[in-house]
Design a protein around this ligand. Structure first.
Ligand SMILES: [Zn+2]
Length: 59
């Protein structure tokens, strides 16, 4: 499973797990370990668009 870096809109927990995507609107689906709910986020996390050069320059 993939960890999501966004906070749960219900309880504010960041302990979310990816649960696929909604086929109708493409929204990221998640399961929240904090409040034990399933829900959707407005946008999918963009892991692939992060640039290596940017993160390396910070350190
Ligand atoms: Zn929650």
């Amino acid at each position: 499973m993939i960890q999501i870096t966004k906070a749960c809109p219900h309880c504010g927990s960041i302990d979310l797990v990816s649960n696929g995507h909604n086929k109708k609107n493409g929204k990221q689906k998640y399961y929240c370990n904090g409040c034990d709910r399933y829900g959707t986020l407005d946008a999918a996390p963009r892991y692939s668009e992060e640039r290596k050069e940017d993160s390396e320059s910070l350190f």
